[in-house]
Design a protein around this ligand. Structure first.
Ligand code: CP
Ligand code: NVA
Length: 308
């Protein structure tokens, strides 16, 4: 049994096998009549709890569909409706849930909730986003890049904007998959230096560049995310927008990267804020493949967690 808590906490060979398996499962479904899709049900008879303490569209639907495609069943739980949100400890919740279900996916606020869940659960726990990281998203992103451009190893990835949870998991991936990452954003919103150091120690070049146009020179992949994450105070919205406006991904910025640079965004996007519609809907954007690949990548994550 394996937990999938973070990219830097997962063995490199396991990460590679998850991506390869995700691609193979996606490929296997292509062009097959629906009647033939039911032959492999590795999660047959298994129940997966999907716990959400924050809103979600992609994570909720892709995990739910993914479990069903693998032959299992799901139970979607809102943190607020559980005793978890009303004083029962995380450890006790983990112990109890482990008696009912075969795997737990949780989206929460503080990462200590995820860690405690994993410590006390006797079934695999998957990180569906915390304030600090979002590893499932980045597995889908690596799959998407490699589908379009081949191995990501040695490529230049540029993160524009807030050094947030998604950026953190990209830094983890830089170290593990061996690509370089340039962060461009305001100094107040730099990514965690601990994660920058981790990636550098693994041999990746991690650059912090305040000029977005310099940052994207030679880029193979450009990334954006919302300027106000779910855990950020709404009162900080205007201040954050003012700081982040110069780092918007627009066509002018895309034109300063390699001509075939891809654009990705984990979504939900705020059109005309962190990215323009021209870029989102433009020829270099692979955001819909990226969203689709949440399904395939997470199916592979779940199979790895259960060893099936
Ligand atoms: N990208 C992502 O995790 O989207 P949701 O918040 O809709 O799950
Ligand atoms: N950084 C965003 C990602 C949403 C998928 C957030 O945490 O709200």
């Amino acid at each position: 049994m394996n937990h999938f808590l973070d990219i830097h906490k997962t063995d490199k060979a396991a990460l590679r096998s998850i991506i390869d398996n995700a691609m193979a499962m996606k490929q296997a479904r292509l062009g097959r009549p629906k009647a033939m899709l039911d032959d492999e049900k590795p999660l047959d008879g298994r129940m997966v709890a999907l716990i959400f303490e924050k809103p979600s569209t992609r994570t909720r639907v892709s995990f739910d569909v993914g479990v069903r495609q693998l032959g299992g069943q799901t139970m979607v739980l809102s943190g607020n409706d559980m005793q978890l949100g009303h004083g029962e400890t995380i450890a006790d919740t983990a112990r109890v849930l482990s008696r009912y279900v075969d795997m737990i996916m949780i989206r929460t606020f503080d990462e200590s909730v995820l860690e405690e869940m994993a410590e006390f659960a006797t079934v695999p726990v998957i990180n569906g986003l915390t304030d600090r990281t979002h590893p499932c998203q980045i597995m889908a992103d690596i799959q998407t890049f490699e589908e379009h451009r081949g191995p990501i190893k040695g490529k230049k990835v540029v993160w524009c904007g807030d050094g947030n949870n998604v950026c953190a998991s990209f830094l983890h991936a830089a170290g593990q998959f061996g690509f370089d990452l340039t962060f461009t954003g305001p100094v107040q919103l730099d990514p965690e230096m601990e994660f920058v150091g981790l990636a550098r120690n693994q041999g990746s070049s991690i650059v912090i560049e305040r000029d977005p146009f310099k940052a994207v020179e030679g880029a193979d992949l450009i990334l954006a995310d919302t300027w106000v994450s779910m855990h950020d105070a709404q009162s900080a919205r205007e201040r954050r927008h003012n700081m982040l406006r110069p780092f918007q991904v627009n066509q002018k910025l895309m034109d300063a990267a390699k001509p075939d640079a891809l654009f990705m965004h984990c979504l939900p996007a705020h059109r005309e804020e962190e990215v323009t519609s021209e870029v989102m809907d433009g020829p270099n954007s692979v955001i819909w493949d990226e969203a689709e690949n949440r399904l395939h990548a997470q199916k592979a994550v779940m199979r790895w967690c259960l060893g099936v």
